[in-house]
Design a protein around this ligand. Sequence first.
Ligand code: CAA
Length: 399
Amino acid sequence: MGSAPATVRDIRRAQRADGPAAVLGIGTANPPTCLAQDEYPDYYFRITHSEHLTDLKGKLTRICNKSGIRQRFVHLDEQLLAANPDFTDRALPSLDARVDIASAAVPELAARAAAKAIAEWGRPATDITHLIFSTYSGARAPSADRRLASLLGLSPTVSRTVLSLHGCYGGGRSLQLAKELAENNRGARVLVACSEITLIAFYGPEDGCLDNILGQAIFGDGAGAVIVGADPVGPVERPLFEMAFASQTTIPDTEDAISMEINKGGMEYHISNQVPRLVGCNVERCLTDAFDALGVAGVKWNDLFWAVHPGGRAILDRIEGVLGLDDDKLAASRRVLSEFGNMSGTTVIFVLDELRRRRAAKQDTSGEEAPEWGVMMAFGPGITIETMVLHTPVGLEGN
Ligand SMILES: CC(=O)CC(=O)SCCNC(=O)CCNC(=O)[C@H](O)C(C)(C)COP(=O)(O)OP(=O)(O)OC[C@H]1O[C@@H](n2cnc3c(N)ncnc32)[C@H](O)[C@@H]1OP(=O)(O)O
């Protein structure tokens, strides 16, 4: 190997970044059709020709009223449904048509979010070295990551990875993987893109299928993108959140609590009504383990900032209760739930975006310092809990 002696250890050291991975840009996007939550039961039962199922409509109305959601955005509008009437009946083989639509729409939505993240980051898209794409709508190869790379004009040497069917922890998982890539590859710039459209799992109401009624009440469509990299190059790159520690925990004996399955009629899912309790019983242990790993004891949860996946209003209530959080601590999560619903893995990226805006606004209006340390958490099938300890560089405008 040439004249200079180099050990594998030296090479390894030179390959790694010096500092922690950080979020360098965030972007989000939604499809244009906006549905008001208080009108949704009428809308859904009308477009699925199911007005006669009055008990189910009553149930959907009750859940919508308690969901903490004001509005959601969806790709599947009335016109698209009229062109694909089979989508209302999950017994019909509509998967091909759904996959056709999703294969175009999912990367296009991701591209809109990614363009915003790249613009905030400030460097050309061709400087992106890695791409991690997460979606529950993927059922083809080459898949949405390949299409997104083309839409954005990424380099042909970009290293691509797809995460499929991770559901609501897809965003958390992608960000942890991005952290590992950025810290282990000096100079790496990782684009994380999550894009979810509920079209793959849309069907009409059926007696005995209450999971669908819950899903109809809470899920929405959206895409989120984040640029992650270590050792930011100033003055162009400005770290929004540094990623201090990340872990994944699986709650034992909960395989059946949240599940998703692709069938001939689209994706079906099950969400146990025990999910808020199961998540609530396990979050504190995940947090304590994370801070123990950092060698920090006795953390007061109210001294942190919080970016929690708003899977449902009851999940946020439960977490707030078990951790004794002040009223405003989950405000970013509640706001995203209210304005967009649960967009599965994408949602936590919207929460990070909302959180940094709130922090900047607070600093501008009151001059009050927001907490320096915080936590991001996301939950999904498994039940899997993703935990990440975040740090905001002090004195940076916009943090
Ligand atoms: C997909 C992924 O990977 C990850 C995810 O995020 S999965 C989704 C996670 N989200 C959840 O699990 C939802 C959490 N639950 C909630 O937010 C709330 O329970 C809720 C908004 C659904 C209802 O609010 P609430 O305060 O519990 O009201 P409550 O009056 O007790 O219940 C209202 C109705 O919801 C129903 N309900 C609650 N959880 C349900 C569930 N998991 N499935 C079906 N119905 C459910 C109740 O049975 C009740 O029905 P009735 O009115 O007929 O009695």
